[in-house]
Design a binder for this molecule. Structure first.
Ligand SMILES: [Zn+2]
Length: 736
């Protein structure tokens, strides 16, 4: 299972509507997987439909994608983005809404008037972009304006601003009751939960949204135009909740918790912003409802309900693969989806999804049960060995355990798991196994085997790692040992075994906190003969560039991931650090620097050795030269070593630092100037190596050349010159 190569992807440029609630995934990952396992026209099954982007990516490639989608809002996203409207169509829909009468006014004028405030410069009344509130005091503290006179910025709220807001609070009951009624009737036991969810809307927002929704119902519109309007109103419903911390760049709410300072955004401007969010172009994708099939050229087939209801209907259906983004628990999105579905499509639409309202907190055990119950009947309806590719976004240890346990317990065996950094989605490949989980007894977890697996993973990696990596290694061992059979309370046991293993004397926790999930985990004893992952990456990239002048980044990344698979997948940061050290970029292609060609570096090393030999003679030191295991030149004085110069053309100093028998104070790394940033980057990754290197000095080739040219060089001057060249922080660190 180690041979699974992490599939590269791209961060989406325009993440699309409601992206802050949707899984953070990379575009192109599913494409990469399907290229290896399926052919266009094949069926692909997505049991969760949590990531509309991923479903659409597969459909666009020509696959027929069957998606179980239980959330009416996600369903709307899928349908709408599959056949996007142009900005002109969206604009026309918004113009229709703007022109509706509200009393004597146009609706647009009326909605804008809800936010009027006085411009500090020209003193005209202008609609604020947003107001800023404090949760604790319930105070409106400031307003954000952008006036046509040129004035814009944040200013303290005025008495008039507060009076205007208070007016909405006074009549809030009536509008809130209407907003409530659209989701749950008076005798609905869920009404209390809907009421709680509504608390994340301020009175003015409730009034504005309910006014819009009521007006929209009375409009007669062609279906396409209505869909445009629904889309704009949906994103406005999100924009005008109080779940927008201020100041903050990219909030990703998972709980319905109002931030300490938050924005109350102007609803009309939110509708206008939707024009850009929703606008799309290009060929649409066919969308049909199960059990209709899309044409062979690919499309989406939506099943309106949870996977557990779809599984029994899969008798005649043979997908070539199951591909999904595993959902994370998201109380905020799920609750708001029930609310918005009621507002936009009425109570009926909200009903099937309303069960999410009962639950305020989701723990990981609950989540494991939810994933398991969605999948447990699915395997029975799939052909043997059907691949199941799962993307685990925003991974954290408990999520990973829950996912592994739930899928392993649903009749799938692990075929590979690739983990890059804890900030990237984990990629897991499963296969439908021959016997269902019920056929075999679960064997008790062997803690010793789990611990051994974690140790051998660290030895192989050759550097400390975050907890998530060790946990993944431990989980993989449990799957291999048939330990992850489904039991409702298994999750806690699984996590305990991993945590207990880390208490062993072989593990070292580099962290100021006792929390195992902070800092890095290493070994008390490393296998000194093994190259560390960063060193292996450096070797690979240099050889790759020697063979492939003008290399493309994506090709390099793909080949690097094939070389270093699974839990060894190198980070993009490490790849970039090596590239920056050795190569130059021209219009997207990377080539070795001329001075880093193998022949130049051999000449440099020889020149450095010659210079050190000559300098030793001039300064009156005797010389000892070793070529292996390291290129080492020792200067002796009265039979005692006074300088130990290690010559290297790379930044692979780990073995030298660990095996150096000389005191660190008199030890030096002699290397090309371009390597010192990479060396610093590596030391920064590895606290053990960093402390070994603390009193070492470095001597760059060009500095040695300069010293060799000084005719009146004394021992004192030489020592001074050496001390003026510390290990430089890497380029990356200078940037931030
Ligand atoms: Zn003004």
């Amino acid at each position: 299972m180690d041979g699974f190569a992490y599939l590269p992807g791209d961060e989406p440029e325009n993440p699309g509507p409601l992206a802050r609630y949707l899984p953070l995934t990379a575009d192109g990952t599913a494409t990469g997987f399907l290229a290896l396992h399926s052919r266009p026209g094949d069926w692909v099954l997505d049991p969760f439909g949590a990531s509309p982007r991923t479903c659409l990516e597969m459909a666009r490639l020509g696959f027929r994608v069957l998606v179980a989608v239980n959330n009416p809002v996600t369903r709307f996203l899928l349908e709408t983005i599959a056949n996007p409207s142009s900005q002109a169509e969206l604009r026309a829909a918004l113009a229709d809404l703007a022109a509706v009468r509200k009393g004597e006014e146009r609706l647009e004028t009326h909605l804008q008037s809800l936010y009027l405030t006085e411009c500090t410069k020209c003193h005209r009344q202008v609609p604020a972009e947003a107001f800023v509130w404090e949760r604790e005091s319930g105070e409106l503290t400031s307003r954000i304006i952008r006036c046509s006179c040129g004035d814009n910025g944040e200013y303290p709220a005025t008495a008039a601003d507060r009076a205007l807001a208070a007016g909405f609070a006074a009549t809030d009951g009536l509008h809130r009751a209407r907003a409530l009624e659209r989701v749950a009737t008076a005798n609905d036991p869920d009404r209390i939960h809907v009421k709680e969810a509504l608390e994340c809307y301020l009175p003015r927002s409730v009034y504005a949204l309910i006014t819009i929704i009521n007006k929209m119902e009375s409009m007669t519109l062609p279906p396409e135009r209505r869909r445009c309007l629904l889309a704009l109103v949906l994103t406005a419903c999100d924009e005008t909740s109080a779940l927008w911390p201020y100041p903050a760049e990219r909030p990703r709410p998972k709980q319905l918790t109002i931030p300490p300072r938050f924005l109350e955004k102007n609803v009309w401007l939110a509708l206008e912003r939707g024009l850009e969010t929703w606008a799309g172009a290009g060929q649409g994708i066919e969308v049909v409802n199960w059990p209709s099939f899309p044409a062979e050229g690919g499309g989406l087939c939506l099943f309106d309900g949870p996977m557990r209801d779809l599984s029994p209907q899969l008798k005649e259906f043979t997908p070539s693969a199951v591909v999904t983004v595993l959902p994370r628990p998201n109380q905020a999105f799920w609750t708001l989806s029930a609310l918005w579905a009621g507002w936009l499509w009425g109570r009926e639409a909200a009903t099937p999804f309303k069960s999410v309202l009962h639950r305020q907190r989701y723990d990981w055990n609950w989540h494991a049960v939810a994933i398991h119950s969605a999948l447990k009947n699915m395997a029975d309806h799939l052909p043997l060995n059907t691949p199941f590719f799962a993307i685990v976004p925003e991974p954290e240890s408990a999520f990973l355990s829950a996912a592994m346990l739930a899928v392993a317990g649903s009749g799938f065996e692990l075929a590979g798991m690739a983990l890059r950094t804890r900030h990237d989605p984990v990629q897991i490949l499963w296969q439908k196994r021959a016997f269902s989980h019920a056929d075999k007894e679960s064997s008790p977890i062997d803690a010793e085997e789990v611990s051994q697996a974690m140790i051998s993973f660290l030895q192989e990696r050759g550097e400390p790692v975050h907890f998530l990596h060790l946990q993944a290694a431990g989980l993989a061992a449990m799957v291999e040992n048939q330990n992850l059979h489904w039991q409702d309370d298994r999750l806690a046991k699984v996590n305990t075994v991993i945590l207990n293993a880390l208490g062993g004397p072989q593990f070292v926790h580099h962290s100021e906190s006792k929390n195992p999930e902070t800092g890095l985990w290493g070994l008390s004893e490393w296998n000194a003969e093994r190259e560390s992952l960063p060193d292996r990456v450096e070797i690979f990239i240099v050889r790759y560039l020697q063979k492939n002048p003008a290399a493309q980044l994506r090709d390099l990344e793909t080949d690097l991931n094939v070389e270093l698979t699974g839990l060894l997948t190198p980070s993009l940061g490490l790849m970039r650090a090596v590239l920056t050290s050795y190569a130059l970029e021209t219009e997207g292609s990377w080539s070795l620097r001329p001075e880093d060609q193998a022949s130049s570096r051999r000449a440099d090393l020889e020149e450095a050795a010659t210079a050190l030999t000559a300098l030793a003679a001039r300064l009156g030191f005797s010389l000892e030269r070793n070529e292996s295991p390291q290129r080492l030149i020792l200067w002796h004085d009265s039979g005692k070593a006074v300088y130990a110069f290690y010559l290297l053309a790379s930044a692979m100093a780990g073995r030298i630092l660990r095996q150096n028998p000389n005191p660190a104070e008199l030890s030096l790394l002699v290397l090309p100037g371009g390597r010192s940033g990479l060396l610093a980057y590596k030391l920064n990754r590895d606290p053990g190596l960093r402390s070994l290197a603390e009193r070492w000095r470095i001597l760059k080739f060009r500095n040695l050349r300069r010293l060799a040219g000084i005719t009146a060089l004394s021992r004192v001057r030489f020592e001074e010159e050496l001390s003026g060249d510390p290990i430089e922080p890497p380029e990356q660190m200078k940037l931030f």
